[in-house]
Structures are given as structure tokens and as C-alpha cells.
Design a protein around this ligand. Structure first.
Ligand SMILES: *Cc1c(COP(=O)(O)O)cnc(C)c1O
Length: 410
């Protein structure tokens, strides 16, 4: 039987005593510490290393915000708090998480369509910057600010006419529920300032999960050009520009890591030559999965090993209720394999071809198809990599009643 390729293993994972080690601890020791599988393990070393790589290549002028929807685990947020320049949130629930992690609300911005009045009020009262998604939302924010006697801090999210090419999830270009169409932004900005809000500039997000440096460089250039043009039309110097993010990580076979130094070098060139409208502007990127995705591993245990018509199945206690994206049911058209390993036989030679599935009673619950792995038996641990972003909180944990996975930061 022919195997199907697995996604590329993220760097920084090695074996101790033949087992996958995360942050210096073997997988079985981590499971023993947590007391159960399935388990998400997040690595401080990986989080630190990724931030250090970014700081090394980005101009110091460009801040890094963490979009916490990628992984809002409280220990992860507390770890990220001193490493990043700000948090981006997308709900009042995330506001509470960000505040509990100790982040200064002045360094939090709140994007996302459909912000309710109670969410706007909580954010305005806390001094969080609202990235306004529409004229209607901006007007509700101004009204709420007047009612509670506090000037809202307001930026406008722009719906640009271009998008990040090759991005996994397109969020700009044409009709969108996100942001205000670019041609209407100057009028709204002037109104916001005239009504006494604190003007915080622009947010331009063009897409997600891009691995092509040239596409990111082009989109960032377009973002800076558009911000300068809108700044000139608004007529005052732009206080801040959130340039979006979109840096992807390789999940699937044949995907390659983003050429971060190339992106950094292009940003250095642009920042050295900014138009006058942006000369004083505070600049930042907002990144989610790039900061945390490769720092997480999902561990589950083999409960059953069975054969059906010549195909071997490793049935685990994990599944799509924790790792929806790895099952191929979160924004992918064709199912492909994430990087997967037998964690307690990490340096063994692969000699078996198996389907790794979850414990949910649905054919959608697949963790790896025809994976070439060392033989897995009942009791062995399966590791699914790239589990640090859009895992625990982006999967239907209530589906079928197995409950959420454990999560630890090491
Ligand atoms: C989701 C989101 C992000 C983070 O996306 P990643 O692909 O995880 O980097 C950043 N900004 C906005 C506005 C988002 O909606």
C-alpha cells in the first residue's frame, strides 16, 4: 500500500530516550503530569524563539501584536504579554482574557464585525482601541462614549481593494463584512475626530496563512501606499497603522516555511523611505498562528488497533473535537495530512502504513491518512504538530460529549 505524505515537522522538536521531547520533557512525562490524554502542550522555548526571530529581522519601528484568537489560553497570554507590543482581540470575552493576563488596555485593539453595544461599552470604558468595522458601529461607539462620559479611542478598519495573494483565508478585496470600503474612510475619520473621539488611525488586514514572502511584501507595500493616500485625504498625520499580518506556517506536504528575512529586509527598505503622511505613524503587525502555531503539540493515546479490508486503523482518544483543522474540516477543500508522529517512538524507523483516526462516531474524524509511521500499538501516544493555534478553542469540544482536552504550557 502506498503511503500519503505527512506535513513537515516544525523545527525544534527532538527525542529524549527515544521519545518526543517538548521543552525538555518527554511526551509520556508530560501526559503523566497532566494526568490524562488528550493533551495540548505549548512550549515556552518555541514561543520565545519565534519572537526572537521576528525581532531580529523586523525594523525596531514595527511592533508585533498577538491576535489572541489563535490561542487564548491564560498561561500562553501571560507568557506572551512581556514579549509582544499589544494584543488584538475580537470579542469582549477575549477582552476579559487579555485583561486577566495583565495587558495594559491601551495596548489592546478590538476588531471584528458585529460588536454588540455591551462589548463596545466595556472596551470604551477600559480604554481599548476600537477598530471600527462600519459607519454604523462607529456611530454606536460615539453615542456610547457620550453616554458614559468617555471619549472612545477609535481606529477604522479599512476594506482595501487588494488582497494578500495566495493567502489561506482572504479578508480583503471586493465586498466584505470586514472594514469600511476605502473610499468612504476619509469622511468617517473626519467625523470621528469632529465628534471628539480619540483618533487612533487605520487597520488594514489583507489575509491570513500566506507562505509566499513576495506576496506578503507586495501586500505590505500596498497597505503602506493606501495608508499614506488615506492619511493625505484625512489631512492629519496618522497616529497609528496596524498593517495586518498574514504570516503563515507550513501544515501540509510540500509547504515551506515563510522566508522571514526577506519580509524583514523589504520592511527595512520601506520604513527607511516612508512618505510624509506616515513619518510619525506608529506601525505594527498583528500575528496569530505565526507566533503560537508551531509551539503546540496535541497528544492523544491509541485506544484500539484494528484492520478493515487490509487497512490498519489506529483509533485514538483524540479527534476533530480538539483538532478540527487537522481533520481537514476547517477551511480546507482537499484533506491533507498534518505532521504526525508516534510520540513515544519518535526516533524509530517508520515500518507501518496506518490511518490515524479519532474517537468520534463520524467518518470526518481523521487525524492522518495512510501515514508512514513506526508501528503504533494500544497505549502508544500520537503527536499531532502545528497544534498551538486554532486547536482547542477552534474545535467543537462539546460534539459527542468527550469534553475538552487538557492544556499545559511548559
Ligand atoms: C484572525 C485574525 C488575525 C490572525 O490571523 P493568523 O492567520 O492567525 O495570523 C489577525 N488579524 C485579524 C484582523 C484577524 O481576524
Amino acid at each position: 500500500m502506498k503511503s500519503k505524505a505527512l506535513g513537515p515537522m516544525p523545527t525544534g522538536y527532538s527525542a529524549i530516550d527515544g521519545e518526543l521531547a517538548i521543552g525538555g520533557h518527554t511526551a509520556s512525562a508530560l501526559v503523566a503530569e497532566a494526568g490524562r490524554t488528550p493533551l495540548f502542550v505549548y512550549s515556552r522555548d518555541h514561543l520565545n524563539a519565534r519572537m526572537a526571530q521576528l525581532r531580529a529581522v523586523l525594523p525596531s519601528r514595527i511592533g508585533v501584536n498577538y491576535a489572541i484568537k489563535a490561542n487564548p489560553h491564560p498561561d500562553v497570554l501571560r507568557h506572551m504579554q512581556p514579549l509582544v507590543d499589544g494584543f488584538d482581540i475580537a470579542s469582549s470575552g477575549e477582552l476579559v482574557m487579555a485583561q486577566n493576563a495583565g495587558l495594559d488596555p491601551a495596548r489592546i485593539s478590538f476588531a471584528g464585525p458585529g460588536k454588540r453595544d455591551d462589548e463596545l461599552e466595556a472596551a470604551i470604558a477600559a480604554g481599548v482601541t476600537l477598530n471600527c468595522e462600519s459607519e454604523g458601529e462607529a456611530n454606536r461607539s460615539l453615542t456610547i462614549g457620550q453616554r458614559i462620559g468617555k471619549a472612545p479611542r477609535m481606529a477604522i478598519r479599512v476594506n482595501p481593494s487588494f488582497e494578500l495573494k495566495g493567502s489561506g483565508m482572504k479578508m480583503g478585496g471586493g465586498a466584505k463584512p470586514f472594514g469600511v470600503d476605502a473610499d468612504r474612510v476619509p469622511a468617517l475619520a473626519k467625523q470621528i475626530m469632529a465628534e471628539g473621539a480619540e483618533w487612533r488611525g487605520l487597520h488594514i488586514f489583507t489575509g491570513s496563512q500566506a507562505l509566499n514572502a513576495d506576496a506578503i511584501i507586495e501586500a505590505q507595500g500596498n497597505v503602506l501606499d493606501l495608508a499614506a493616500e488615506l492619511g493625505a485625504q484625512i489631512g492629519t498625520s496618522l497616529p497609528k497603522l496596524n498593517m495586518g499580518g498574514g504570516f503563515g506556517i507550513p501544515y501540509f506536504p510540500k509547504e515551506e516555511a515563510l522566508d522571514l528575512p526577506a519580509v524583514g529586509a523589504a520592511l527595512h527598505r520601506r520604513v527607511a523611505d516612508l512618505p510624509p503622511e506616515l513619518a510619525e505613524t506608529e506601525l505594527c503587525l498583528e500575528l496569530g498562528r505565526y507566533l503560537v502555531g508551531e509551539a503546540g503539540v496535541y497528544l492523544c493515546r491509541v485506544i484500539d488497533r484494528k484492520d478493515s479490508h487490509g487497512t490498519t486503523y489506529l483509533v485514538t482518544d483524540g479527534g476533530l473535537h480538539h483538532q478540527l483543522a487537522a481533520s481537514g474540516n476547517f477551511g480546507t477543500v482537499v484533506r491533507r495530512n498534518y505532521p504526525v508522529a508516534i510520540a513515544n517512538k519518535f526516533d524509530a524507523e517508520p515500518d507501518d502504513i496506518v490511518n490515524v483516526v479519532g474517537c468520534l462516531c463520524t467518518p470526518l474524524d481523521r487525524l492522518a491518512d495512510l501515514a508512514h509511521l513506526p508501528r503504533g500499538d494500544v497505549g502508544d501516544l500520537v503527536a499531532v504538530f502545528c497544534a498551538g493555534a486554532y486547536g482547542a478553542t477552534a474545535s467543537p469540544a462539546a460534539f459527542l460529549g468527550h469534553g475538552p482536552a487538557a492544556e499545559i504550557l511548559v
